[in-house]
Design a binder for this molecule. Sequence first.
Ligand code: SF4
Length: 310
Amino acid sequence: MDRLFHKFLRARKIPSTACSGCGLGQVHKRVLLALERLDLGPDDVVWGTGIGCAGRQTFNTWRGDNFAGTHGRVYAIAAGLRVALGPGKKIVLTAGDGDAFGIGLKHLLNCARRNVDMTVVVADNLGYQSTGGQFGITTPRGSVTDSSPYGLNEPGWLGGGLDVLEILKAAGATYLARHLSLDGASSVESLVMALENPGFSLVHFIYPCVTHFGAVTLGERDKGKILGSFRAMFAGGGKGGPTDRDDGRGGETDGGGRKDPGPQAGSGPVSGDPAFRLKRGTYHDGRGLRPEFAASLIAWTKNVREGAGR
Ligand code: SF4
């Protein structure tokens, strides 16, 4: 990390204020490795951040240009920047699960719909951890948290037949992937594909929060052990995608043929929610299949100005 730190990050922002053992640094490192693979440096990338743990720990760490968005709005700012900057600059955004899939989902969907060229890195700690460990939009059903002391009894975007990546795919996203923060080369590979895509890309990382989700929900503060639990809970590598997410453990079948085990009070997140059987790797690869928003807007505007659009 030393080499990456000197090359890409601001000395006064490192180390971050993340709790000791937090997996967020793993995610940040994967993105830096992907940028290095593509020979991109501080002058080539504008980096935006959301709020919460993911935003706070990565804000202004990038040695190049940075900006911070209000909760869930970093994508809207990035869409405007995309038009202003021209295609020579990459836009990388780091946001948490609430920022991306909760309050920010509508903005995210509209960027996917327009196929705006940006790489969204969702650093997902499975709940609202920066405010003390409340359940959020990706917290597995059955989880005991600060705000669900008897276990969470509602579906999130990652279980019970629901997957937020499927929604983003339907909205028009042209590259989607999912990983655990412990995934090394495979996650860097996904990030490289995301960064190369001239359109909307999102890579979803689930990482261990040792202080809240680990300690309270899993009863474990050790990052290695939490990651070991995550690895056991997730299906192995592979292509992922909607047809191979079914864990085949029974339960009611929804309209799409996927199984919802229903509430699992007191059973905990591991046995209670097929969210954790989701595959890791590329989820959807539609690179080059749709026009990029800013490029087509600029071309269209030029046509209008020259009278060709009438
Ligand atoms: S609260 Fe959890 S996610 Fe946030 S910095 Fe601490 S360990 Fe990481």
